[in-house]
Design a protein around this ligand. Structure first.
Ligand SMILES: NC(=O)c1ccc[n+]([C@@H]2O[C@H](COP(=O)([O-])OP(=O)(O)OC[C@H]3O[C@@H](n4cnc5c(N)ncnc54)[C@H](O)[C@@H]3O)[C@@H](O)[C@H]2O)c1
Ligand SMILES: [Fe+2]
Length: 386
């Protein structure tokens, strides 16, 4: 068996009320002054304020950097870092979706290293561990709370910089599904399909391994059981709980295997046309899966059976076809539009195709796909999703 590496946070608390562990965890990690990282809508919701109260009640000081944008930027990281230094903070708590958690990861490692963010792009480029970080996800979602990945936009070049390094792992994650009841339907749909994409890509990736396989398939099963219910009934506690667990498992799986062609092609769309991350994955998922099927037919058939859309006795080919149908139906049922309906003018899309294709290959993700496209094939896939 090949050698492989697994990295996950040192502590995970999963379940209703997990957020209340924030003070004992912060204290255990030696924090005295905490920088809370979040975004404007979350700040308005009052959640970061509740975390401040919990920390204060335990005798810890806390300040909030609440300006993270969706798809966080290098500027967000630099502003947060400035605040961290100004208040001499010794640890961080991120509360929000993948954007807040990724921004906090960037701030945490910038606080202890001398380089700038572009120096850390790619694999294992961060010399020193960051300040301790407690991640509290509020979308079920990216799984960023358990990944060694951060994605920060370089505003000069309009490129989403992907960094992969164990130093980016949160020290602890508090995974509390009760924070997700407030997600509106489109967000539930986008982040839910992002989770499914993480799980499928982790499982079909050339970097899949026996540890990530079981976790990825568990996430696929949970999405099959709970995504539609979470979308239809925002207050459905078992569905929200199932999707939160799926998101964390999806993150754990892809972070220790990899994402593949969907994510590789999705990041340039997000960077250029500012589509939410989950949405740009969702619009690509059916077409990319159809293209990739022949590279790992047995694995895709297993995904179809685990998702609950093909029977155990059906042939591999039939299960593959049913998977594509199911992914198309899922997008339609969750109201996910085609790219052409996402405010992307056709001429701008066509003009960007070559650059998007180059950026996608440069990320390295497409090369993990069971079937690696040529640049022409990738452009054809972009057009198919449009
Ligand atoms: N690091 C990783 O491993 C990883 C993996 C996948 C994606 N990502 C990144 O994560 C980002 C996307 O994160 P996301 O999809 O979680 O969304 P997000 O963090 O960008 O948040 C989107 C919006 O949802 C709102 N929101 C968050 N939680 C809510 C709740 N419970 N109720 C109501 N509104 C809520 C936020 O305030 C924000 O306005 C992208 O930048 C993507 O590249 C990172
Ligand atoms: Fe993702």
């Amino acid at each position: 068996m090949a050698l492989y590496r697994i990295n996950i946070p040192a502590s995970l608390f999963i379940g209703a009320g997990a957020v209340e562990r924030v003070s004992p965890q912060a204290a255990r990690l030696g924090m005295k002054r905490v920088l809370i990282v979040s975004d404007p809508a979350m700040v308005q919701s009052g959640r970061p304020g509740q975390v401040v109260d919990l920390l204060n009640a335990a005798g810890l000081e806390a300040v909030v950097y609440g300006h993270v944008q969706p798809d966080p930027t290098d500027q967000n990281v630099h502003e947060g870092l400035h605040m961290l230094r100004e208040h001499r903070c010794d640890g961080l708590v991120a509360i929000g979706g993948g954007s807040s958690i990724d921004a906090a990861k960037g701030i945490a490692v910038m606080a202890t290293n001398t380089g700038d963010l572009p120096d850390y792009m790619g694999y294992d480029k961060i010399p020193r561990a960051g300040l301790p970080l407690i991640a509290i996800p509020t979308t079920a979602g990216t799984g960023s709370e358990v990944t060694k990945v951060a994605i920060i936009t370089d505003t000069q070049r309009d490129v989403k910089m992907m960094m992969l390094d164990p130093h980016l792992l949160p020290t602890a994650a508090l995974v509390d599904y009760t924070l997700t009841f407030t997600m509106p339907k489109p967000l539930t749909a986008h982040v839910g399909v992002d989770t499914l994409t993480h799980a499928i890509e982790a499982y079909v990736s050339r970097k899949a391994n026996p540890m990530t396989d079981v976790i990825a398939l568990s996430a696929v099963r949970l999405v099959g059981q709970h995504l539609r219910a979470a979308w239809e009934q925002p207050d459905n506690a078992p569905a929200r709980e199932g999707m939160m667990l799926a998101a964390t498992q999806g993150g754990m799986a892809f972070s220790n295997s990899s994402v593949c062609l969907v994510h590789g092609m999705s990041r340039p769309i997000g960077a250029l046309f500012h589509l939410p991350h989950g949405l740009s994955n969702a619009v690509l998922l059916p077409a990319v899966t159809r293209f990739s099927l022949s590279g790992a037919p047995e694995r895709y058939a297993k995904v179809a059976r685990t998702l609950g859309v093909a029977g155990e006795t059906e042939s591999v080919a039939a299960a593959g076809r049913k998977l594509i149908d199911a992914l198309e139906r899922l997008n339609a049922d969750l109201g996910i539009p085609r790219l052409s309906a996402c405010n992307i003018p056709h001429d701008r899309f066509e003009a960007a195709l070559e650059n998007m294709t180059a950026d996608a290959f440069a990320s390295g993700s497409p090369q993990n796909n069971p079937r690696v496209p040529t640049p022409e094939e990738m452009m054809a896939l972009y057009r198919e999703a449009y």
